[in-house]
Design a protein around this ligand. Structure first.
Ligand code: IVH
Length: 676
């Protein structure tokens, strides 16, 4: 029994140490399996000795459901809000105000990311978590202790000895973007509601009656401010308080910086805004605090906010606007995709009038209805999307949206196969929208890469009846365009040259451009390498295709079905007649196993090769060409203007980086050409 007590102590301290390393420091030193073994042993001994279980044991994070209402908690110190700034001028004016009051500028600043989550207050008594509360109105919040305990980066007990009698800490509970996507995927699969954004998801997760649900949501915390401390050390700066909290086991944001001048702060703000999509969690600005606690005391508070802190807000990436209509677009596979027609709003740096709604299930799960005020999001390079309705703003009865029964472009039925997420137009190539998207895909960068063949040109060619399928692109009379608006001598010649050049693309590109289901670049290259070209591939049976290494039964079926369709056979025949290359020339004398078992990534353009040609050369020799560097990569081939992130990754993983000369040697002699 005493041995059990001491083993429990030992295990708890080990488990706490590993939880801290994993969730706070992001630096685990044992495997998940080793960790699981420790916690399993602790659970077992505690199970045999229930009288030894204490609330701060790491086995006690997930407790029983709480009652109907969260009890009110009065914060020991009120939480103020922050004044806002949205320009450099406003930050400079803020410094001037402080300068006037102090007789000098503040003695330094701390700049921190403004985390877009849910503010919480944690109170520790003698080093043990006593309560966790939401912000509420700043004076009184709700007791969500049972839920906050489940967050693994919230310490149940502080590290070290000699803890203050009372320690109040403020922070932001948030949901990392990965966890958010994963949660919405699970919700959608179960037919449950979809969360509009990580902040709503975090807030909803913290206010659950059942802590097991909160525990399943993968929340995390960044702490950013000390509240009341009783019987603890005295501090001189905000930076010192943060160091103290870090040492006590709290998770503090590594992007925080101690800065001397307001100019450095302006620079920080600019960097933070540029990098805002690279953190893995959502931020909506920067919080800047005068670092010296003596300065903070002299500056004091207005009725609402501290004078010594300010929030610089990034331009919003979400806006609310009216959903005027929901229409559908028919894609190249016939898939019907609903999209929103919006009252145009300025969001994420552009005016948005149309936004995707993905598919009918998404419309139903989000429950957006025509006439709703909806949240529109446009972040970074991401295409604008409708994230959800503002349900509280819904007036009167609005009809739920349903997929139209008939295609608005060709009038044929739209049907949805059981078990599939997408509904499809059944009009085949009768459907003008489908043909338009098919041609666009064929000419696009991922396909035959024909310059100047965007939607505008395609629409013109279609409306003039010059083109009806991809083969026509190579046979229509380009001179017909001459003299039309925007089509002078130069543009006609440019287009003509671009089309000519496309005739000689590697066959794998053509195969990708044809848009067969499941056939992307890698699969296309595998098939072409095996069959040499389209005539042999189209003559092969499903079984023969399935026998090719790297080709699964689903792909084999897709390809065989495609090849059996007379429309496709005619198309390929016409492409051939128009002079488009259907077979790759195999280089004579190449040893097909020279690079067997080796995997390469090609970045940038190697002199004398297009990227496809470099990849094809590797594959002809039995090697693999992939898109991203991993520990399995044999070497990274860099040409001109390679991607910086690939080189960095390769350096990190110790993957050799080779140049064009070494690459040519590699193709001739094999792996002995590699350094080391
Ligand atoms: S400091 C007196 N720091 O922004 C200082 N707040 O109005 C009090 N927030 O809802 C706040 N990141 O939850 C501070 N690094 C950060 C923050 C932060 C997010 C939130 C906070 C509050 C709002 C401020």
């Amino acid at each position: 029994m005493p041995e059990d007590a001491s083993r429990i102590e030992e295990l708890r301290s080990q488990v706490n140490e590993h939880l801290y390393r994993y969730h706070v420091l992001d630096d685990p030193i044992i495997s998940d399996a080793q960790f699981d073994a420790l916690i399993a042993e602790l659970r077992r001994i505690e199970g045999e000795n229930p009288e030894l279980v204490t609330p701060d044991s790491p086995t006690q994070r997930v407790g029983a459901p709480v009652g109907d209402l969260f009890a009110p908690v009065r914060h020991l110190r009120p939480l103020f809000s922050l004044d806002n700034a949205d320009s450099s001028d406003m930050l400079l004016a803020w410094e001037h105000r402080m300068e006037r009051q102090l007789g000098r500028p503040p003695a330094g600043y701390v700049s921190e990311l403004k985390i877009d989550g849910l503010a919480v207050v944690l109170t520790y008594r003698d080093g043990v978590l006593a309560t966790g509360a939401t912000r509420g109105d700043g004076v009184t919040g709700e007791d969500v202790t049972a839920n906050l305990r489940t967050i693994k980066s919230v310490p149940l007990r502080l590290l070290g000895e000699d803890h203050p009698a009372v320690l109040e800490v403020r922070g932001e509970v948030y949901m990392p973007e990965k966890a958010f996507e994963e949660l919405n995927r699970r919700q959608a699969e179960a037919g449950d509601r979809i969360f509009a954004n990580p902040r709503n998801a975090a807030a909803g997760s913290v206010r659950q009656k059942d802590p097991t649900i909160t525990a399943s949501r993968n929340l995390a915390i960044w702490v950013y401010q000390l509240g009341l401390v009783e019987g603890g050390p005295a501090f001189e700066t905000h930076a010192d308080t943060m160091q103290y909290l870090r040492d006590a086991g709290f998770r503090t944001n590594p992007a925080s910086e101690r800065l001397g001048t307001i100019d450095e702060v302006l620079d920080y703000v600019e960097r933070a805004e540029k990098g805002r999509h690279e953190t893995g969690y959502q931020t909506d600005g920067v919080v800047i605090k005068a670092d010296s606690l003596a300065d903070q005391d002299s500056l004091g508070f207005t009725s609402k906010a501290p004078r010594w802190a300010i929030a610089y807000k990034f331009p919003p990436e979400e806006q609310v606007t009216l959903l005027k209509a929901i229409q559908i677009n028919i894609g190249r596979t016939g898939a019907a995709t609903p999209f929103a027609v919006l009252e145009p709003v300025f969001v994420g740096g552009a005016t948005v009038g149309l936004a995707t709604l993905h598919n009918a299930d998404q419309v139903a799960l989000k429950d957006v209805r025509v006439g709703d005020q909806v949240i529109v999001r446009r972040a970074g390079d991401v295409i604008p999307e409708v994230v959800g309705p503002v349900v509280a703003a819904r007036k009167g009865r609005l009809k739920k949206w349903t997929m139209p029964a008939l295609c608005p472009f060709c009038g044929n039925p739209i049907v949805r196969v059981e078990g599939e997420a997408v509904a499809r137009c059944t009009g085949g190539f009768e459907c003008p929208s489908r043909v338009r998207e098919w041609l666009f895909h064929f000419c696009s960068r991922g396909g035959m890469d024909i310059e100047h063949m965007g939607y505008k040109t395609i629409d013109l060619l279609l409306s003039e009846g010059l083109v009806t399928d991809p083969a026509d692109i190579f046979t229509f009379d380009v001179n017909e365009l001459r003299g039309r608006e925007g089509w002078g001598e130069i543009s006609v010649n440019n287009l003509s040259r671009a089309i000519e050049a496309a005739k000689d693309r590697p066959v794998a590109r053509l195969l990708t451009a044809l848009g067969i289901r499941h056939v992307g670049g890698t699969i296309a290259r595998t098939l072409v390498r095996h069959f040499g070209g389209l005539p042999a591939l189209m003559a092969a049976s499903e079984e023969e295709i399935a026998q090719v290494e790297g080709i699964g039964p689903k792909i084999a079926r897709g390809v065989a079905e495609w090849a059996a369709d007379s429309v496709n056979r005619d198309l390929v025949a016409n492409l051939g007649k128009a002079g488009v290359r259907l077979e790759d020339e195999v280089e004579a004398g190449v040893a097909g196993d020279l690079l067997a078992g080796a995997t390469f990534v090609v970045s940038g353009t190697v002199e004398g090769f297009t990227r496809e040609e470099a990849q094809a050369a590797i594959e002809q020799r039995g090697g693999k060409a992939t898109g991203s560097v991993s520990s399995k990569t044999t070497a990274l081939v860099v040409g001109d203007s390679p991607g910086a992130s690939k080189s960095r990754k390769a350096e990190e993983l110790g993957v050799p980086i080779i140049d064009g000369d070494t690459f040519r040697e590699l193709l001739e002699k094999g792996l002995s050409a590699l350094p080391g």
